[in-house]
Ligand binder design. Structure first.
Ligand code: SPV
Ligand code: MG
Length: 431
């Protein structure tokens, strides 16, 4: 008997999937591939149920003979193992970002005389509603909050991008690219104090108050589902920080990063050009412990950011602090540097990992931007934050447009570089 294979990456079965199963049955013994968590998160979806539960769900479907795990988004693993006579897929992958996968599968299957079958994709009001409900579920605080924890287990390096508004949140949420034949996307959002302040035309000195920062979080959570890492600056007074922790948990934020500075905080990228004071180990450890004690949910993370390299206090000081902050209860360490060369960051990571194999390490490669995610991961980094690149790319574009309209006394000359209103509208979802 011939074998017919189809891959599912859904948590909920709707009539579209049942249709695919029925179509697959026409060609032979039905094998369903359950796309693994690892592949799923790079693709387009985040699971709301475990991989095992998905396998069970697919197995329970009438007409399904076998379910296997598909680990490779590009189908290489299952094709070499099963060599299905037919691969069946909805025709939604004929265009759009998934096209690259289809092209790859078509080439592989042709090599041994298999056949690719595209069946019409089922998209109606009912299916749309199910998709929407699934997304809404992921946006709920209890789901969103634990997602960073889950991601740390699922992927070698979590990639977070800066967001400071609903629109930038949507960009982080929806941008999917095809690269080296695979799809990729960001995992999380970083609510940067620098970009949140800059968007309001204010300096990054803890001047934008928490109420306003929470408003930014809400603007973003209203339209996205991805987990949030919040830049908590110094955390403020310990007596205030405990309230901030509770509010962030309630908002569905996954982690807050607080830095070991005291007094008037200035942006780290100024380094020693401005006066900045590091908090003592005891003082900052007490703040972390108080935050951990105040926390009510299991998954919320408090990450300690060490400014020793920024303030030129040396590697030993940075390592000493990292150890102390982990002992005080920190769920992760962020180490920062303003050197162009990543070597001091890598030295810190290597030395920290000699003693501590598990505590997540976070880095922000703004200055040392030549290093790749893979290289960072090889040195034990778990989270990479692109902290300000959306703001820094938008600002010069807007400024140039403003200058050119003034120069030409009309908007025609700038029009070619503007996104059409029709496209802007497609970014925004309607319920
Ligand atoms: C931010 O994005 O606000 C940060 C990272 O704190 S940095 O600007 O590099 O200090
Ligand atoms: Mg900041």
């Amino acid at each position: 008997m011939k074998t017919a294979y189809t891959c599912f990456c859904t948590d909920v079965i709707h009539e579209g999937h049942l249709n695919i199963v029925n179509e697959t049955r026409k060609y032979g013994r039905v094998i369903i591939g359950a796309l693994s968590d690892k592949a799923l998160i790079r693709y387009n979806k985040f699971p709301t149920v475990s991989q095992d539960e998905r396998v069970k769900l697919y197995r329970s479907l009438e007409g399904v003979d076998e379910v296997v795990i598909q680990d490779d988004m590009l189908y290489d693993d299952v094709i070499s193992l099963i060599k299905p006579d037919y691969i069946i897929h909805g025709d939604n992958w004929v265009t759009g970002p998934e096209k690259t996968i289809r092209t790859h599968v078509e080439e592989l299957i042709k090599e041994y005389g298999g056949e690719l079958i595209d069946v019409p994709y089922t998209y109606n009001e009912k299916v749309r509603k199910i998709d929407l409900q699934l997304r809404e579920k992921l946006a709920m605080p209890e789901y969103r909050r634990k997602r960073l924890h889950d991601l740390l287990k699922m992927t070698p390096i979590v990639k977070a991008m800066e967001a400071h508004s609903g629109l930038t949140g949507l960009i982080v949420e929806k941008t999917v690219v095809e690269c080296d034949g695979k799809l990729d996307q960001f995992d999380a959002m970083w609510i940067s104090s620098l970009c949140d302040s800059t968007a309001k035309g204010k300096p990054d000195i803890e001047l934008v108050d928490m109420t306003s920062r929470f408003r930014t979080i809400e603007d973003i959570t209203e339209v996205t589902t991805k987990p949030i890492i919040f830049d908590g600056d110094t955390g403020g007074l310990t007596e205030h920080f405990v309230y901030t922790v509770r509010s962030l948990e309630r908002l569905g934020v996954s982690a807050v990063i607080i830095e070991d500075k005291t007094g008037l905080k200035k942006n780290s990228l100024f380094g020693t050009e401005v006066e900045q004071t590091q908090a003592s180990i005891e003082e900052f450890s007490a703040k972390i412990s108080a935050g951990k004690k105040a926390q009510l949910t299991d998954d919320f993370m408090i990450i300690a950011r060490i400014e020793s390299l920024i303030l030129e206090k040396g590697m030993e000081d940075a390592l000493l602090r990292a150890k102390a902050f982990v002992e005080a209860g920190a769920d992760g360490i962020m180490i920062h540097s303003r050197q162009k060369d990543p070597s001091e960051i890598l030295e810190f990571c290597d030395k920290f990992r000699e003693e501590d194999k598990t505590t997540p390490i976070v880095v922000v490669p703004t200055s040392f931007n030549s290093i790749t995610e893979d290289e960072l991961s090889e040195h034990g980094v778990n989270v990479v934050i692109y902290a300000n690149q959306l703001t820094r790319s938008a600002f010069p574009a807007m400024q140039q447009t403003a200058e050119d309209i003034l120069k030409y006394h009309r908007a025609k000359e700038v029009d070619d570089r503007l996104m059409p209103i029709s496209k802007i509208i497609t970014l925004i979802d309607e319920i």
